[in-house]
Design a protein around this ligand. Structure first.
Ligand code: TXA
Ligand code: MG
Length: 320
């Protein structure tokens, strides 16, 4: 078990000494280490069981600090940074040599973001190095949105979890870059596409499957519970599984269905609010994965706004 607390000085001490600390952000908890210290970065990969070909996001406290690590900041991406940082946006920018190869997995671009969480911003401001931080979960599993989630899986491997409560957004950051002259979204996330398009015009969404070498981490099967996770029309799925007498649980958008015990049933947002659904998603997936039922039945949400990013996660959770 790791210690869970709000002691920024303690977090700083550990990080300065090459250790890792789990940090809160508005999206999900991150597993942070000194991004300029290759040994600390290697420890991140180790602790998560993450393959070295899957690069990490560099976290800093301001646009000015990002300039230390990128050789060029295209105007349209800068506009996004100025509008949405601190916030759930990650930009892929050409890196300076100071960024260790291990952070970018040898790619020419480095992923950077300024997270929006008061504790973590204070911590970042107090450090003279940026933090490399992937989501604080074992590779391929559901991202953590509460300190207890981190502790449940990585508690035996790290010393300290900075407690920032439940993550407000609940989905990872939206990853954006430029290809030739086109704005490209590499991962749908907590910042909606419409917000981005309002400022920079139409964007291209790259199908980030396992075959996309630009974002190797965005594998088809990801965010995956251990139990079978089946997506479809819940009414039909429930009927079928009641007939088969399967021991199942249900993850719905807003409705509760007859015949399913209360313990095994989570509605992400009874009011049908996509922000609330996003905030609850990973925590609900975990709860059902840890529950007694052997199969999780789920449905897609409306394919609009944050619903697109939520559906992306649900589809990946369903891939076996
Ligand atoms: O919201 C978030 O982004 C959270 C919090 C902790 O900041 N972090 C996060 O990190 O989700 P991670 O490592 O779980 O996912 C980062 C994704 C990976 O799929 C990785 O492949 C992609 O970003 N990525 C990172 N650096 C990249 C690069 N240089 N080029 C292409 N893709 C990159
Ligand atoms: Mg992750």
């Amino acid at each position: 078990m790791a210690e869970i607390g709000k002691d920024i000085e303690k977090a700083k001490f550990l990080l300065v000494n090459g250790d890792l600390v789990a940090i809160p952000t508005e999206t999900v908890y991150g597993l942070a280490g000194n991004a300029l210290n290759p040994e600390a970065v290697a420890l991140i990969f180790d602790t998560k069981n993450r393959p070295a070909f899957d690069p990490l996001i560099l976290h800093t406290s301001s646009i000015e600090r990002v300039e230390d690590f990128v050789s060029y900041f295209p105007t349209r991406l800068r506009i996004l940074a100025e509008s949405f940082w601190p916030g759930p946006l990650t930009l892929l920018l050409p890196r300076k040599p100071i960024v260790p190869d291990l952070v970018t997995s040898g790619l020419d671009r480095v992923a950077v973001r300024v997270p929006n969480h008061p504790l973590t911003l204070t911590l970042l401001e107090s450090l003279d190095f940026p933090l490399a931080a992937p989501s604080a979960n074992p590779f391929g599993y559901i991202s953590p949105t509460k300190p207890e989630h981190v502790d449940a899986q990585l508690g035996g491997k790290i010393h300290y979890i900075l407690d920032g409560g439940a993550c407000e957004v609940g989905l990872e950051s939206t990853i954006v870059g430029l290809e030739e002259d086109e704005i490209v979204i590499y991962r749908l996330g907590g910042l909606e596409i419409a917000e981005i398009e309002k400022l920079v015009g139409p964007v291209k969404i790259k199908d980030h499957s396992s075959s996309n070498p630009q974002a190797p981490g965005l594998l088809e099967s990801h965010y995956a519970p251990r139990k079978p996770f089946i997506l479809g029309d819940l009414k039909l799925l429930i009927k079928e599984n009641l007939e088969k007498k399967t021991d199942f649980s249900v993850l719905s958008f807003s409705d509760f269905f007859a015949g399913v015990s209360f313990n095994n049933h989570i509605a992400l947002s009874p009011k049908r609010n996509l922000h609330e659904a996003a905030k609850n998603l990973f925590s609900a997936m975990r709860k059902l994965d840890e529950g007694s039922a052997s199969v999780i039945l789920a449905e897609l949400l409306p394919e609009e706004g944050l619903g697109r990013a939520i559906n992306d996660r649900l589809r990946r959770a369903a891939v076996k």
